[in-house]
Design a protein around this ligand. Structure first.
Ligand code: 5GP
Ligand code: ZN
Length: 115
């Protein structure tokens, strides 16, 4: 299921341009428009889920697929020194686009705790 009102659904459907780096039957990855690190990709399921908290047990493969895609991309991008995977869930966590997405950040040292 996709939503014509959703920015990331529209990117997945090529209705809105983006620098897409990976397209698979279940997911799409593209460069973040405001990168927070030398590598900053956004990995989304094609299925529209507003937040990770909307996922249920039936979404286990979808959720695992996002992580495995991130690992493959990190390997391709030679991020062997490390990378960070982030899912913001809800406004207090800083989620600004209501379509579940995994951030893949790399290419610089990361601090902890995050802001
Ligand atoms: P959030 O803050 O919801 O976790 O992450 C949303 C991300 O989507 C942000 O890092 C933001 O820069 C990115 N973003 C927002 N609009 C667009 C867009 O139109 N194109 C691309 N490529 N990234 C976007
Ligand atoms: Zn969507």
């Amino acid at each position: 299921m996709t939503s014509s009102a959703c920015l990331f659904c529209r990117i997945a459907q090529h209705d809105v341009p983006a620098a897409i780096v990976l397209e698979e039957p279940a997911l799409v990855a593209f460069k973040d428009i405001h990168p927070q690190a030398p590598t900053h990709l956004v990995i989304i399921p094609r299925e529209h889920l507003a937040r990770v908290s909307d996922a249920s047990t039936g979404h286990a493969a979808l959720l695992g697929g996002l992580l495995l895609a991130a690992n493959r991309l990190a390997q391709q991008l030679q991020l062997q020194d490390g990378y960070r995977l982030v899912i913001n869930c809800g406004p207090q966590a800083g989620q600004t686009v209501d379509h579940l997405h995994l951030h893949l950040l790399g290419g610089r040292a990361m601090r902890w705790p995050p802001g």
